[in-house]
Each structure stands twice: as structure tokens, then as C-alpha cells.
Design a protein around this ligand. Structure first.
Ligand SMILES: Nc1ccn([C@@H]2O[C@H](COP(=O)(O)OP(=O)(O)OP(=O)(O)O)[C@@H](O)[C@H]2O)c(=O)n1
Ligand SMILES: C[C@](O)(CO)[C@H](O)COP(=O)(O)O
Length: 236
């Protein structure tokens, strides 16, 4: 039996989105960043971690870009067809794995520091699933339909959910399947586990782990990624 601290894990990477908010001429995961695509940076960063053994990437069935990437032939990579929503793509990836634990990490997040992944994977020793997240730092306003402030929220317990998210595979697969069948609103793996009444631990992550969503995010990702690559994929 491999001691928990030496266990290796598989990551499901949802990469089947169209990137509408990026307003670019191709899905954002294929946009260039420091000499290769955002998706290649994400996958390279994950497989470079000593405790990641395999990646299952969910790609749009009619994606014209993925097969041309050299990384598509990597022995540690499995391609599955993504679905209509992110949760469907994740579920397709989960169905291609037979393991005890699973990580899910957005293709749109290339700036994951390895020390954050270390901290998340330590949850396996506690046999507790969880997510990387960071506490909200701004005053949070709830808007009304007219675009005015309806109320100011108590931010003392508000966190930004990041990825990777890390759960027992069988529990996550069942929770996601049942939640989607019940038409629950599922935007991350934790919301499916919450829907199923499972505990989700918050693990403090670095805000540099941004999700490239809008054009401005690409410049920020380039800055963070260049620093991470100079610092051995971790921030001190
Ligand atoms: N049907 C979908 C939708 C999204 N994703 C992936 O989920 C991640 C996070 O989703 P998001 O940032 O919302 O990406 P898009 O859905 O592509 O963006 P947009 O909402 O702007 O179209 C991305 O890596 C995206 O490729 C996916 O695999 N399958
Ligand atoms: C999963 C996620 O990265 C957590 O913040 C995020 O919800 C994915 O982006 P989306 O726009 O909700 O698909």
C-alpha cells in the first residue's frame, strides 16, 4: 500500500469550452501564451508535478485544434469528448478513470503554483475532499434589476473558488450524476458535493491562479506564468 504522501493522482481537465467571454477567433485554451497555447501550459504544469501520473482532457467533439498539438500524443494523456456544459465535460472525464481520488482543474488556469497543489493533495491524508480558494478582499455588493446596489454582503465568510478541486472519485461521480439529473445548478465539482451533502474543505490558494476568462486576463496570466516558470513553478 502506497503511503498517502507518495500517492500519485489523475487530473480531469475540462477543455471543451468555446470561450465566449474572451471574444477571440478561437477557443481561449488555444490562445498563444509565452510561445505555446494556454492549454499546453496548463497540462505541462500539471504533469510536471511529481504526484500527477495522468491527465484526462475533455475536448469538444469537433475541436479542430487539439490533435495538432504535440502534447496530444503524450502517453500520460487521454482525450475524451466534452459536453454541453463544463459539468458534462467533467463527468465524461470522470467516467474514463478508475482510481480512488481525482483532481479537476480548468484548462483556463495555467498559473497553478505547485505549492498550492501540494497543500490540496495533503487532504488525501485526511481522507477529506476539498478545493483551492482564496478569501474575498473587496466589499461585495448585490445588485438589483435596475443596476443599483440592493445590499452590501457580509464578506467575512466569502471565498473565491479556484481549481484544482479534489475528491474521492466514486463520490464525485455519483454526486455529479445525481445533481445533473436533478437539474441542479453545478458550476464546479464542490457544488455537486455540497448538493449531495458532502463536506468540502477550503484550502487557501494563491490568487495568481486566475481563470483566463476575458481579454485582460491573458496579460495577467502571462505575467504570473513568467514569474512561476522562473521560480520552479511555485511562488515563494
Ligand atoms: N462545455 C464546456 C464548457 C467549459 N469547459 C471548460 O471549463 C473551463 C472553465 O470554463 P469557462 O472559463 O467558463 O470556459 P468557457 O465556457 O470556454 O468560457 P465562456 O463561458 O466565456 O464561453 C474551461 O477550461 C472550459 O474549456 C468545458 O470543458 N466544457
Ligand atoms: C470551476 C470554476 O473555475 C470555479 O471558480 C469556475 O466556476 C469555472 O468557470 P465557469 O465560468 O463557472 O464555467
Amino acid at each position: 500500500m502506497t503511503p498517502p504522501s507518495k500517492q500519485q493522482f489523475t487530473v480531469v481537465v475540462p477543455a471543451a469550452g468555446v470561450g465566449k467571454r474572451m471574444r477571440s477567433n478561437m477557443p481561449k485554451q488555444y490562445l498563444p501564451l509565452l510561445g505555446k497555447t494556454l492549454l499546453e501550459h496548463c497540462l505541462d504544469n500539471l504533469i510536471a508535478h511529481p504526484r500527477i501520473k495522468h491527465i484526462v482532457v475533455a475536448v469538444h467533439p469537433h475541436d479542430p485544434y487539439f490533435a495538432d498539438l504535440p502534447i496530444a500524443q503524450a502517453p500520460w494523456l487521454t482525450r475524451v469528448n466534452g459536453g454541453a456544459e463544463r459539468a458534462d465535460s467533467v463527468l465524461a472525464g470522470l467516467r474514463a478513470i478508475d482510481d480512488e481520488w481525482v483532481l479537476v482543474h480548468d484548462a483556463a488556469r495555467p498559473c497553478l503554483p505547485h505549492q498550492d497543489l501540494d497543500a490540496l493533495l495533503d487532504l488525501a491524508d485526511e481522507e477529506q475532499g476539498g478545493i483551492l480558494a482564496y478569501a474575498v478582499r473587496d466589499t461585495m455588493k448585490q445588485a438589483n434589476a435596475a443596476g443599483f446596489v440592493a445590499t452590501t454582503l457580509d464578506r467575512s465568510h466569502l471565498w473565491h473558488a479556484l481549481t484544482p478541486q479534489f475528491f474521492p472519485l466514486a463520490e464525485l461521480r455519483e454526486a455529479l450524476t445525481l445533481a445533473l439529473n436533478a437539474n441542479a445548478v453545478i458550476t464546479d465539482e464542490a457544488s455537486a458535493m455540497e448538493w449531495a451533502g458532502k463536506p468540502v474543505k477550503l484550502v487557501e490558494g494563491n490568487p495568481c491562479n486566475i481563470k483566463v476568462t476575458q481579454p485582460i486576463d491573458l496579460m495577467l496570466a502571462e505575467f504570473y506564468l513568467s514569474k512561476l516558470l522562473k521560480n520552479g513553478r511555485s511562488f515563494l
